[in-house]
Unconditional design. Structure first.
Length: 183
């Protein structure tokens, strides 16, 4: 797998890794850092939500099965907040049953990966998810610019209609005055 962030002209992407296993956190963190990502590591859902609220991340790798607050609960909380509703989340879990994938995707995960996984597959999924998030962000910016242009045009149209109404009223006044002078 190539280095997605170095020498590419793109800013360093930040990834929050949430897993109750310190070993998993360290291994994934080291591998992601080697690929050029800036990583933050937390071992519980509550701390993850606090970090996300205090600092933006480009992507979250979220363990599904954790004590206390599960990954699905964290994901539900993220999706319920306007500011994090579009935050890319890949759920990683030791559960390999189809129901786990369905549960994660139904809760709003962008992708799902069962442990143990090949790290190159994870890296490819991260890149794909980040690329899609960039396209969505670009589309939102384009839509916002288009909305602003539409609003400006609507204001111009409203002003033109008001001027036209004034000209018509003046024309009617002048026609009435001309008719009065002719009689």
């Amino acid at each position: 797998m190539g280095e997605p962030n170095r020498d590419s002209g793109r800013p360093v992407r930040t990834i929050l890794v949430v897993d109750d296993s310190r070993t998993n956190l360290n291994v994934i963190g080291e591998r992601l850092t080697a690929l050029g990502y800036l990583t933050a590591l937390v071992d519980n859902g509550g701390e993850a939500l606090d970090l996300i609220a205090g600092r933006g991340f480009d992507l979250v790798l979220l363990d599904m099965v954790m004590p206390g607050m599960t990954g699905v609960q964290v994901l539900a909380e993220l999706r319920s907040r306007t500011e994090t509703s579009d935050l890319p989340v890949i759920v990683v879990t030791a559960r390999s049953d189809p129901e786990a994938a369905i549960e994660a995707l139904a809760a709003g995960a962008d992708d799902h990966l069962a442990k143990p996984f090949d790290f190159d597959v994870l890296a490819a999924r991260i890149e794909r998810t980040l690329a899609r998030a960039r396209r969505v962000a670009d589309l939102k910016r384009s839509n916002a610019a288009l909305d602003a242009r539409i609003a400006a045009r609507a204001m111009e149209l409203g002003e033109a209609r008001a001027e036209l109404a004034d000209v018509r009223a003046e024309r009617q006044r002048l026609a009435a005055e001309l008719a009065r002078l002719r009689s």
